[in-house]
Design a binder for this molecule. Sequence first.
Ligand code: FES
Length: 145
Amino acid sequence: MADGAEKGKPLTRRIFLAGSWSWLRWAAGALLLYPLFRFLGYRTPKQPRIVKVQKVVPVGGFVLEHDFILFVGQNGPWAVSRKCTHLGCRLNFQEKEGILVCPCHHSRFSKEGVRLSGPAQKNLPRFQVTTVREDKDGKGYLVTF
Ligand code: FES
């Protein structure tokens, strides 16, 4: 308001103080709101989930879980996500062809999670698998994701 009305007039102390006061109020407002915006944008770090698969899977076999699919090969077990990297639909495993297929837009992935075709652009995430030889619940696998 001080800028438009006083155009062409010499800068007086009154005009300077009025302009400074306006800037000071904006700076104080931003300073007070900064913690609030930081709080609203805060996300808690995601904790890793550990799921136990209580089965002994033979070499060449697999176990379909809600969030991942566990395969066991000659070199040990591995697990890949069942969440499609395109828009997040849950993948199905086609045992005959040995591939994961998305029911939504038909992206296809290998058992290792490598993208083969379709609109998905990224490979599937692989999860860490630990073989449990023996504990109170028996044998199985721990999948961390
Ligand atoms: S969500 Fe899987 S291909 Fe689109």
